[in-house]
Design a protein around this ligand. Structure first.
Ligand code: GAR
Length: 219
């Protein structure tokens, strides 16, 4: 089986990257991480990738005269590495139409809310302030509008009455770590396909429940 080649873009801690690394380390997982790009030097996520012997590149946005030049360098690195799917994992720069047009349908992101609710930053506090009973996380394709592309999978997380922002964020993050590898698995196994801004093929009857290493997908 040919594995899907992932290029992961990070800006910091890289806990979702670690979840993807752990998933890819499982025998027969249908994807592998070929390249990790950070736009910030020396972040924890880079060390996580290096510890797993994954090639890393630091492409600092600040060293480029403009966004297009920065994204051209990112595009070039992914192209040269033969990447099939870009996974944004806490990549904290808005992607411009330049890069999106080159990777449309091949770039996904994880966001810590139940989109379309609470796009953008400070999602947990905003969900609590709104009196929502549930927060959660979403994996979606990346389009020009921030946090608004076709939704691949979502998972709800209950908000407790006495939650703090950091407690809720930690519980959502734990679910993100299950959801992101699951989304990659669904794409790599062909349950999810993207066309013209929509997911056109969702074989929901035979789709496995969330969870890594569903035996049916690993044979
Ligand atoms: C995660 O919670 C991810 O969902 C969020 O940043 C965090 C990165 O953590 N991403 C966004 O808010 C994107 N809009 P990590 O570096 O430990 O994976």
């Amino acid at each position: 089986m040919r594995k899907l080649k992932l290029g992961v873009q990070i800006s910091g801690r890289g806990s979702n990257l670690q979840a993807l690394i752990d998933a890819c380390a499982q025998e027969n997982f249908p994807a592998e991480i070929t390249l990790v790009i950070s736009n910030v030097e020396g972040v924890e996520g880079l060390a996580k990738a290096q510890a797993a012997n994954i090639r890393t590149l630091t492409i600092p946005h600040k060293s480029f005269p403009n966004k297009e030049a920065f994204e051209e360098a990112i595009d070039d690195a992914h192209q040269k590495a033969g990447i099939d799917l870009i996974c944004l994992a806490g990549f904290m720069r808005v992607i411009s139409p330049y890069l999106i047009s080159r990777w449309r349908g091949k770039m996904i992101n994880i966001h810590p809310s139940l989109l379309p609710a609470f796009p953008g930053p400070h999602t947990h506090q905003r969900a609590m302030d709104a009196g929502a009973l549930f927060s959660g996380c979403t994996v979606h394709y990346v389009e020009e509008e921030v946090d608004a592309g076709a939704i691949i999978v979502q998972a709800p997380v209950p908000i407790k009455p006495d939650d703090t922002e950091s407690e809720l964020a930690a519980r959502v993050l734990a679910i993100e770590h299950k959801l992101y590898p699951y989304a990659v698995q669904l794409i790599a196994c062909g349950f999810i396909r993207y066309q013209d801004g929509k997911i056109i093929s969702k074989d929901t009857d035979s789709m496995p429940p969330i969870g890594l290493l569903n035996p049916a997908l690993l044979s």
